[in-house]
Design a binder for this molecule. Structure first.
Ligand code: FAD
Length: 599
């Protein structure tokens, strides 16, 4: 149990689903920011809901320190299979394709399946162990919200489980309160689009079947009985089945159809013919009704010059079908985009105007998701009655073509104060400006540890500057010159100081050299900073490319060996810019537009 809810907080998060917990876990790392999470449920989620974790979300989990736990506990989606009516007997299904689920080299992380409730637990664990010891306040429902004046301008009214009222004032409120969001309603935003006329039956079951692909993710289209998506689940036995239910009529609610789990089991049996499907135990089931909808803005700004005070994230701003497995991922992505911006503004490093970028960046992502989902829904619900089971059916083709999308890798933020233009991109084309930093392997100089460079990106609101040295003797000199410019009086690091030399900008260097030929003692002080109250030296900032051509980060990402490159990475792991090593003026100009309090 956490501390009692104070009268005033910096950030109030409403809802502890994947969006709310991602944001809470992020903010919990900053004990100077008073954060609270209110949740209507009486306790943590125990089972059910979403389960797909994209490669991109796994990269984000790595920044929170629990990707390895998910890899240990979850189901790995290695290959996906496709089944269609058997041309010889269309009343039976036959396998018609099998593809690798994630293309080689897309991410160092796998596509995983793990129960949403377990993902919640992992976040709750991060929060519990954080400097803030943050715990959600369960049994508290937000009932009203208004934005007034003062340092804590947002007033939120709450109701406890026993019906007693409460009030909290906050600097910022983030509505992570799901598809029926009260925060969204309070700020007058609406989900616009197709109403909830798609219904899905979903069940997590223990079953005995002779269907041979039951431990694969399987998309199954029958001739006349509908479609199933099978998602094998963690632990080796549990299976999730999504069964598409006929489109609802206008204004019809799925509840009125009285669909029961026995109907879902019977439908699964019909679709899977000629295979048997004997359900021995139902762990969880639900009929899940959803429309493809989106709000026009993800914050409360209605006039020019106004800065946002209330945000919405996750299902509160976009809803879509569960087919592409994006619900939890995009919701967490929203929160990860907002977390560091709130930390930077509340910590006085950036002005509140930067908060506009949250709605701008994430609404574009959600719009893509809705478009994708609409197309995917069309393809999946097409009746394949007369289709041949050979060839390259549209569903499989679409699945392959959009693999990058479903893995979460196609998010590209447009140029803005937080994303520099494409100038400099040619120095490292594989670190595409606006997209997430695509990790590659390196070896750490100090201890010869082979590791992923992207794993130095933590959820800690720091900017990363990756300085890739050019080849040859000039390499070290160019890095020394860069460090000298950054550390000079008035240089970037002194201009925007933090408690430690790397609290705001975490500089890391990579050399295209054999580590055995390099000595840490030749490195500039900025790459061996003394930190903490004992002044201990941080030896972990310098890396070398691996010698194997297929694992060489310069080759993999196209980094210029002649010129090197400086890759600027935002705290949410997105590449903000690629710059020439000596173009410190451009680097400073970029940050001068973003940061405040420059000295
Ligand atoms: P949610 O996970 O919906 O979390 C919102 C939280 O806010 C909830 O914990 C809720 O109790 C709380 N809350 C709401 N109103 C208030 C309030 N006024 N005050 C305080 N707290 C409040 N996706 C799939 O991919 N597959 C599925 O099978 C699937 N099944 C689902 C079944 C159900 C019943 C639901 C609700 C969703 C399901 N989803 C499924 C969707 C998926 O879970 C969401 O896309 C994902 O959870 C979105 O995360 P979120 O944090 O935005 O919202």
């Amino acid at each position: 149990v956490g501390a009692p809810l104070p009268d005033e907080v910096d950030v109030l998060i409403v809802g502890s689903g994947p969006a709310g917990l991602t944001l809470a876990a992020y903010l919990s790392g900053f004990p100077d920011i008073v954060t609270r999470v209110v949740e209507r449920r009486e306790g943590p989620l125990e089972k059910g809901q979403a389960d797909g974790i994209s490669c991109r979300s796994m990269e984000m989990f790595e920044a929170f320190g629990f990707a390895d736990t998910v890899m240990r506990q979850g189901y790995w989606v290695n290959e996906t299979v496709f089944w269609r009516p058997d041309p010889a007997d269309p009343s039976h299904i036959a396998r018609n394709g099998r593809v690798q689920d994630v293309e080689d080299g897309l991410s160092e992380m796998p596509h995983m399946i793990l129960n949403q409730a377990r993902v919640h637990d992992l976040y709750l664990d991060v929060m519990r162990r954080s400097p803030s010891r943050l715990v959600p306040d369960y049994g508290l429902t937000m009932t009203g919200l208004s934005v007034g004046e003062g340092e804590h301008p947002v007033e939120v009214t709450l109701e406890r489980a026993d019906g007693s009222p409460g009030t909290v004032r906050a600097k910022y409120v983030v509505g992570c309160d799901g598809a029926r969001s009260s925060v969204r309603q309070a700020i007058g935003r609406k989900l616009v689009g197709e109403a909830a006329n798609h219904a899905w039956g979903v069940m997590d079951v223990l079953a005995v079947t002779d269907f041979p692909d039951v431990r694969f993710k399987a998309l199954i289209q029958s001739a006349g009985e509908g479609n199933i998506l099978i998602i094998p689940r963690e632990g080796g036995y549990l299976i999730r089945l999504y069964i598409e239910i006929d489109k609802l009529k206008e204004g019809e609610r799925v509840a009125a159809r009285g669909i029961d789990v026995s109907d879902l089991i019977a439908a699964a049996g019909r679709i899977l013919k000629p295979y048997s499907f004997d359900v021995r135990h139902v762990v969880w089931w639900s009929v899940y009704e959803i429309g493809q909808r989106l709000t026009d803005k993800f914050d409360d700004v209605t006039e020019a010059g106004q800065v946002p005070r209330v945000f919405i994230a996750g299902d509160a701003c976009h809803t879509h079908s569960p087919k592409a497995g994006q619900g939890m991922n995009v919701s967490m992505g929203d929160a990860f985009n907002l977390g560091w911006k709130l930390v930077s503004v509340l910590g006085g490093r950036m002005g509140p105007e930067v908060l506009h970028s949250y709605s701008e960046e994430r609404r574009a992502v959600a719009q893509d998701l809705i478009d994708f989902d609409r197309e995917w829904a069309r393809i999946m619900s097409e009746r394949p009655a007369n289709a041949s089971a050979s060839g390259d059916p549209e569903m499989q083709r679409h699945f392959i073509e959009h693999g990058r999308y479903t893995a979460g890798m196609s998010v590209t933020y447009a140029p803005s104060v937080l994303i520099a233009g494409a100038e400099g991109q040619a120095l490292a084309p594989g670190f595409d400006v606006g997209t997430r930093f695509h990790s590659a392997p390196v070896v750490r100089l100090a201890d010869a540890k082979r590791m992923e460079l992207g794993h130095v990106l933590r959820a800690d609101a720091r900017w990363r500057l990756f300085a890739f040295a050019p080849e040859g003797e000039a390499g070290l000199r160019r890095i020394v010159d860069l460090c000298r410019a950054l550390e000079a009086p008035g240089g970037l690091i002194r201009r925007y100081p933090g408690p430690e030399v790397d609290s705001v900008f975490d500089l890391r260097a990579v050399f295209p050299a054999d580590p055995h030929t390099m000595s840490p003692s030749a490195l500039p002080g900025l790459l061996l900073p003394e930190k903490g109250r004992f002044g201990l030296v941080d030896y972990e900032k310098v890396f070398c490319a691996l010698p194997e051509p297929e694992a060489d980060i310069y080759a993999l990402r196209g980094v210029s060996r002649m010129e090197g490159a400086l890759v600027v990475v935002r705290p949410d792991q997105y590449v903000a810019g690629v710059m020439a090593l000596e173009d410190v003026a451009r680097l400073e100009g970029f940050f001068d537009k973003v940061m405040i309090g420059g000295t």
